[in-house]
Design a protein around this ligand. Structure first.
Ligand code: GRF
Length: 217
């Protein structure tokens, strides 16, 4: 099977990008990283990607008069790489309906909460403030509204009594690094279908693959 070419879009650290790069390096993984694109030239993840020999590009939103022209430039950079699936990984720009529509269901995102709860920023602080007992992360298809779209996979972790936002973020991040490659694998293996707003994954093993043992996370 040929490998699905990915464009990974980042704005910062890029640890989810690194998790995808690592997964793609495993023998038999059905995807490869065609490019890593950032809207910020100072994103730490760019150097990480380059150190793995991956092509990188910067499309600086500040250089464009409006969102539309920025997104057209982003499109051009993605298309030039040959990528067929776009993975947002800490990409801190809202994408407009035209961009999202052009990519259709070839655009996915990872968010550090159990969506549809805790959309937006500061998820871990808000989980702690609410006294929620579980937190987690979600990989979903992107729709124009913020952190909205059909859910592909989630992982849950417990909130512990002595958690700080940082300790909770670290526990959730470990699961992000696990489920993002899992979602990409399922899509690359053509196992993911959409019925209205619901995602189904072919293969009885899919659900079992997504199960986690929070204690070992
Ligand atoms: C992650 O928590 C991701 O879920 C969110 O932004 C953060 C990016 O972290 N969308 P990193 O750049 O992947 O390390």
């Amino acid at each position: 099977m040929s490998e699905l070419p990915l464009a990974i879009l980042i704005s910062g650290r890029g640890s989810n990008m690194q998790a995808l790069v690592k997964a793609c390096a495993e023998p038999g993984f059905p995807a490869r990283v065609a490019t890593v694109i950032s809207n910020r030239s100072d994103a730490a993840g760019l150097a990480t990607a380059a150190s793995h020999g991956i092509a990188t590009a910067v499309v600086d939103h500040k250089r464009f008069a409006d969102r539309e022209t920025f997104e057209l430039a982003l499109d051009a950079a993605i298309d030039e790489s040959g990528a067929e699936l776009v993975c947002l990984a800490g990409f801190m720009r809202l994408l407009g309906a035209d961009f999202v529509g052009r990519r259709d269901s070839r655009l996915i995102n990872i968010h550090p909460s159990l969506l549809p709860a805790y959309k937006g920023l500061d998820t871990h602080e808000r989980v702690l403030a609410d006294g929620a007992r579980f937190a987690g992360c979600t990989v979903h298809f992107v729709r124009p509204a913020v952190d909205a779209g059909p859910i592909i996979v989630q992982a849950a972790v417990p909130v512990l009594a002595d958690d700080t936002a940082d300790s909770l973020a670290a526990r959730v991040l470990a699961q992000e690094h696990r489920i993002y490659p899992l979602a990409v694998r399922w899509i690359a293996e053509d196992r993911v279908s959409l019925y209205d707003n619901r995602v189904s994954v072919v293969g009885a093993a899919a659900a079992a693959e997504a199960l986690i043992n929070p204690i070992s996370s």
